[in-house]
Ligand binder design. Structure first.
Ligand code: SF4
Length: 176
């Protein structure tokens, strides 16, 4: 990575609770320092850009892959990003997002949530073309694409997020 140029940074939200992104925002004043050497080119917390851009240096990818939209975005991120960081325990081993895996198909969870626990008038969500199809099993990122760096934690400690980004700026590949 060329340290003379601002690092092109993305953060991506797949199937996670957004807690990893909240930990990133917990870096508070350091984010101003980050802005001096990194440009956030895609992020759910920093812009409303809908299309993942080309030529991204580093992407922090939160969450597991639990539906077709997650998979499509992950493949695009991998194709357009030099360093893909598996950001948090859901991304690394599915964690909370994968709790439905032992139940088998996602249908069992939908039935339990929307019908069995409903007050009698429940119905499963059905909006073809609007809601992405759920995938079974929920998978961690490295099961689908090569991952360059793992940043564990639920959520990762903000100090660890900072340390990883600073190492990547120096051209290092931090190992957990
Ligand atoms: S790792 Fe924890 S904080 Fe991050 S998305 Fe998953 S459940 Fe939320």
């Amino acid at each position: 990575m060329n340290t003379e140029q601002r690092l092109r940074l993305a953060t991506v939200w797949l199937s996670g609770c957004s807690g990893c992104h909240m930990a990133f925002l917990d870096l508070d004043a350091w984010l101003l320092e980050l802005a001096a050497w990194a440009e956030v080119v895609y992020s759910p917390v920093a812009s409303d850009r809908k299309v993942y851009p080309d030529d991204v240096d580093v992407a922090l990818v939160e969450g597991a892959v639990a539906n077709d939209d997650n998979l499509a975005l992950l493949l695009q991120v991998r194709q357009r990003t030099r360093v893909l960081v598996s950001f948090g325990d859901c991304a690394i081993h599915t964690n909370v997002s994968g709790l439905r895996n032992p139940l088998g198909a996602a249908e069992a969870v939908l039935q339990r949530s929307y019908l069995q626990l409903a007050d009698g008038s429940g119905q499963c969500p059905h909006a073809p073309g609007l809601l992405p199809a759920l995938r079974t099993p929920v998978l961690p990122l490295h099961a689908l694409v090569p991952v360059d760096v793992y940043l564990p934690g639920c959520p990762p400690d903000p100090a660890r997020i900072r340390a990883v980004l600073e190492a990547l700026r120096r051209g290092e590949r931090p190992r957990p």
